[in-house]
Design a protein around this ligand. Structure first.
Ligand code: NAD
Length: 493
């Protein structure tokens, strides 16, 4: 098949062959063979040329991608677990080696966040745990021996957000492949080009290590329709979606086993016992990071009145720029909009993830581009409080006491049960807030990223599954528990 300029359209051939074989019920191996003949990954790798669509995991159609990922997964399932470890190491190596190139690509495509943080996030994605978490459980007794092992599902359908396109894809690929699965990703359309390039590089590196192509597949021109096809595809055994309320609802309604990493609006409580300098530094670090694109990032502060002014002064002392209440109100009406049907406030797309200096300019305030965060005292009418704004713009509400601060934190977190922070040295208060908020991540006396192992104990993931309860996802989130029982034998004492 040739396109108008006369070149062979390999993608179309692969997709059509895949579809025909699927309808004929032919073994998926046929697709892989045909695809390999029309576009040899080895040849592309050797020539150093960018792989065509339909090789190294890049597909234009969902069907062809699912068939290819299924074939790759079956090959992986027949290989030792060491092959999974090698594939995971290959993905990690690409994330570390190419962090500047891929980070720059993502920044130039999405135009949100901060370039230096794109590099850091790719390093962080490389640290996500792999096969080391898959330990067999065993129990022996008078009735024999039972082992519980963590088996793969098959092919996992993945949806990733624009806020961290390549980090989420890399992190998800490590976890899902470590668990023995393949995956097909529908990235956010505005972060698809960098996801495609990362996919190509991941597969190239995996092929070099274990000779299996297409373990990580990505749809090159993703749309809501291709996401819908993934949600309904009979050969996709489970879903992992990371994004806002719309995609969370769609995945939960799909009828498939779904791991849903949904939205948040993380509150911060500061009481009169807090170390205010430490709190200010931590709040700036979390809320300013990548211009507040993190779903776990501090979005609003509730401070006890007695220490409100000292906290505001500390935030300014540590490098954030203070706005007045009137300026916070004016800026909120410019960078947010109200949905007249629901009454909910939403961030205007053009301001999401922009620098504090760009936001300040909207109301005629000039500040240095390096300033990480704008903040200011607000009253409760300011719509920044309920809105997951994803901007370095932090409303601070003073309240009479810590009980009120905790109640407001619960109210403005909207029951997402995602993430909450507190700065306090009162153990009773720390416990009360943890119980009241009931969030997946609850960080005491640290910035949000401490909840993901950056400055706190624990491992990292870019998909925090609150609605479906897996929490900070790991390879175990993508496994089926299987029990194998030997009756009356193998007891050695
Ligand atoms: P978004 O919801 O606009 O898009 C996320 C992904 O879902 C995209 O790939 C998009 O194309 C797709 N999508 C959206 N609606 C869909 C639908 N109805 N059916 C199928 N697919 C659909 O979010 P975004 O702006 O890309 O990312 C920011 C959001 O993601 C925030 O709400 C943030 O809290 C959340 N997020 C959550 C986590 C987590 O771990 N819980 C991590 C990162 C981001």
């Amino acid at each position: 098949m040739r396109s108008v300029d006369g070149t062979v359209n390999e993608a179309l051939i692969a997709d059509v062959v895949g579809e025909v074989l699927r309808r004929l019920g032919t073994d998926a191996r046929g697709v892989g063979e045909v695809r390999e003949r029309i576009s040899s990954p080895a040849a592309a790798a050797a020539s150093g040329k960018q792989a065509a669509v339909g090789s190294f995991g890049v597909f234009s159609g969902v069907d062809a991608a699912v068939v290819a990922a299924g074939l790759a997964q079956r090959k992986l399932a027949q290989s030792p677990v060491g092959a999974r470890a090698a594939a995971v190491d290959a993905i990690r190596a690409v994330l570390r080696r190419d962090k500047e190139e891929l980070g720059r690509l993502e920044f130039e495509e999405t135009r949100i966040g901060r370039l230096a943080h794109k590099f850091e996030k790719l390093d962080l994605a490389a640290s996500v745990p792999g096969v080391e978490l898959l330990r067999t459980e065993a129990t022996s007794g008078d009735h024999g021996l039972t082992v519980t092992e963590f088996a793969p599902y098959g092919v996992v359908g993945v949806v990733t957000p624009v806020t961290h396109s390549v980090p989420t894809l890399g992190c998800n690929a490590i976890m899902i492949v470590a668990a023995g699965n393949g995956l097909v990703c529908n990235p956010h359309p505005n972060g698809a080009r960098c996801a495609v390039e990362a996919t190509r590089r991941f597969n190239q590196a995996i092929v070099e290590q274990i000779g299996i192509d297409n373990l990580v597949c990505t749809i090159a021109n993703p749309t809501l329709d291709t996401a819908g096809e993934i949600f309904k595809h009979p050969q996709i055994q489970m879903l992992l979606v990371t994004g806002g309320p719309g995609v969370a609802r769609a995945a939960l309604a799909s009828g498939k086993r779904a791991v849903v990493a949904g939205p948040g609006n993380p509150p911060v409580v500061v009481d009169e016992t807090a170390d205010l300098d430490k709190a200010a530094r931590g709040i700036i670090q979390g809320a300013g990071y990548d211009n507040n694109l993190l779903c776990i990032g501090e979005k609003e502060v509730f401070v006890v009145q007695a220490v409100a002014e000292p906290l505001l002064a500390a935030l300014a002392r540590h490098g954030a720029h203070r706005l007045s209440t009137a300026q916070m109100d004016e800026l909120a009406t410019r960078v947010l909009h109200r949905d007249e049907t629901t009454g909910h406030w939403h961030a205007r797309k053009e301001y999401i993830g922009q620098d504090a200096a760009v936001l300040a300019e909207v109301i005629g305030v000039r500040i240095d581009r390096a300033v990480p965060l704008l903040f200011g005292p607000v009253d409760e009418r300011n719509p920044l409080l309920p809105c997951e704004q994803m901007m370095p713009l932090l409303p601070v509400l003073a309240v009479p006491d810590v009980a009120t601060a905790i109640a407001k934190a619960v109210q403005y977190e909207h029951g997402f049960k995602h993430t909450a922070m507190i700065w306090s040295r009162d153990v009773e208060t720390l416990t009360q807030m943890g119980r009241a908020c009931d969030t997946t991540l609850y960080v005491k006396n640290g910035p949000c990223m401490a909840g993901l192992g950056v400055g706190g104990q624990g491992y990292c993931s870019f998909s925090i599954a609150s609605p479906t309860g897996e929490g900070v996802t790991s390879p175990l989130s993508f496994t089926r528990y299987r029990r194998c029982v030997m009756v009356d034998s193998l007891r050695i004492f």
